[in-house]
Design a protein around this ligand. Sequence first.
Ligand SMILES: NC(=O)c1ccc[n+]([C@@H]2O[C@H](COP(=O)([O-])OP(=O)(O)OC[C@H]3O[C@@H](n4cnc5c(N)ncnc54)[C@H](OP(=O)(O)O)[C@@H]3O)[C@@H](O)[C@H]2O)c1
Length: 285
Amino acid sequence: MSRPGKDDITPARAPSPVVLLTGATGGLGTAVAAQLARQGCRVGLCARNASALDGLAQELEEAGAQVLPLPADATSPQDAAAAVERLVKHFGRIDCLIDNAGVEGPVGPSWEVPLDAWWQTMHTNVMSTVATVHAVMACFVRQHSGRIISISSEAGRHRWPSLSAYSVSKAAGIKFIENLSHEARAHGVTALSVHPGIVTAGLTTTALHEQPPSVWHARRTQWLQEQLDQGKGVEAERAARAVVAVALGAADHRSGQFLTLDDIPDTPHPGPRLPAGPGSTRTQT
Ligand SMILES: NC(=O)c1ccc[n+]([C@@H]2O[C@H](COP(=O)([O-])OP(=O)(O)OC[C@H]3O[C@@H](n4cnc5c(N)ncnc54)[C@H](OP(=O)(O)O)[C@@H]3O)[C@@H](O)[C@H]2O)c1
């Protein structure tokens, strides 16, 4: 993915939005972090792997961005609360949560995959949303404003056989956001689910490059490859532009809804397209 450079980042105007981004080191997360930086946002970068976070933070800082690495397990209420507290202490406020952390989970018929792997996927994908929302809402209510963007998937809207835990967890996330948007409306807070498309990074490329451990994995990969062959893949930068547009308010009027990229007009960054940065291969596996 292309990284922002010094001339590519909108100088931070006070107060530039402060965004907490989970899953910041993944294929989509790094692109979203870079796009937030280009838009002059100050960003709290959250994932569990502290050294990967530090590497990303360093790259973005060298390009002039204001970021804060926040190593945390987003499913842990304690970690999530501590990350928000550190972010607010550092930047003085928080304006937006982009809940992007997620895992694919086990692949295969529901009764054949290990039950604990199925439940662990539910726990990761649902609790990372609920715990981070829980952590930011006190600030949002106090300041009577805030945006919550939950990175979702068509897998939560349609049947997704052989990826049941992923599908059910994403469906739960969509319903959570619907309910939250109503609960939070009176407090000036919006909440949206965004499907980024079949992103040609992150989970997709991980699946394409694995040695399929089962026939179910092979079928999932074959389906993904067919989608890409039909031109249905989405570059991480395109998906990131859409996510950040929503994070900056482009779809506030649709709070509670599930959006796809078709719902979000593309606004390419006007600045120069930069070559990939030194860490760009990290997430293109
Ligand atoms: N790629 C696609 O085509 C696609 C399509 C639709 C939706 N999505 C959604 O987009 C989001 C990002 O996916 P991706 O493709 O970028 O995946 P990815 O490359 O595997 O990245 C996942 C990110 O989540 C973080 N993470 C996982 N568990 C976490 C936890 N408990 N606490 C904090 N961070 C955690 C990972 O870092 P650590 O392991 O260091 O914590 C990593 O930064 C996911 O929600 C996914 O469902 C992706």
